[in-house]
Design a protein around this ligand. Structure first.
Ligand code: ADP
Ligand code: ADP
Length: 228
């Protein structure tokens, strides 16, 4: 569960990115975050995994007060949240397998467990046959599937996807959506910031719309609501 109460966030340069956010997201929900560029969508998600810390307000994730986490406890906390980005962010010199295994090696899993986990998530995203490829040898959609596999390999309770289809053509975007829906069906909360009116209006979910650092709309099975 994610809960924010009266959250304000100002960047060091004085930009007010969030201007009083209160919201509650239950475990297992699928939530789209929509709104124009600069509305605060990324900042909103970054607060959830302690990439940024709010100036004011409380953020509770899985019963932990995120703002009060000690720096040494942040890495452990972050294992409960997977993140994927528009630009994939894979390590270019590592193979697909290594990109995913890396996330487990840093937490000292046994080699046998690592192998089993990596092959399982590769199977989930349909890329078992590309384990030895490097990112440059894959299409954009395949790279995003690797990024998703990496994000879920630790079995996080929450998956944050910041414009995951922003660099992909429509067909490939739908493949990514199908994978995100499968992950959601297994109980993982999905928070997806997106500019895709087509996806939001077709696959109806909760929609949180942001403008100027505030939530202006929060609807069950909502619509995109902006012109594209
Ligand atoms: P969105 O994801 O909706 O495009 P962001 O959360 O990225 O919105 O940005 C909200 C506001 O905060 C914007 O005005 C943006 O320019 C500003 N901003 C974002 N990141 C930083 C940063 N690291 N330093 C200063 N300002 C930032
Ligand atoms: P407190 O003990 O007051 O909770 P933390 O140790 O959690 O303080 O650190 C507060 C903030 O300082 C963190 O959110 C982080 O942004 C920054 N910080 C602390 N230690 C480091 C570090 N080793 N590297 C980078 N940033 C750090």
């Amino acid at each position: 569960m994610i809960e924010m109460q009266d959250v304000f966030m100002t960047y060091p340069n004085g930009v007010v990115a969030l201007n009083g956010i209160s919201v509650k997201i239950e475990q297992g929900e699928f939530v789209y975050i929509v709104g124009h560029s600069g509305a605060g969508k990324s900042t909103f998600t970054k607060l959830m995994f302690r990439e940024e810390v709010p100036m004011k307000g409380t953020i509770t994730v899985n019963n932990k007060d995120v703002s009060k986490l000690k720096w040494k406890d942040v890495p452990y906390f972050r294992r409960s949240i997977g993140v994927v980005y528009q630009d994939f962010r894979l390590l270019p010199k590592l193979t697909v397998y290594e990109n995913i295994a890396f996330a487990l090696e840093v937490i000292e899993e046994s080699p046998k467990n690592i192998r089993a986990r990596v092959m399982k998530v590769l199977d989930q995203v349909g890329l078992k046959n590309k384990a030895r490829f490097i990112p440059d040898e894959l299409s954009g959609g395949e790279q995003q599937r690797v990024a998703i596999a990496r994000a879920i390999v630790n079995r996080p309770s929450i998956l944050i996807a910041d414009e995951p289809t922003g660099n992909l053509d429509p067909d490939t975007s739908w493949e990514i959506m199908r994978i995100l829906e499968e992950i959601n069906a297994s109980g993982t909360t999905i928070i997806m910031a997106t500019h895709s009116k087509e996806i939001v209006d077709t696959v109806r979910k909760r929609v949180i719309a942001m403008e100027d650092g505030t939530i202006v709309r929060d609807e069950h099975r909502g619509e995109y609501g902006y012109e594209v």
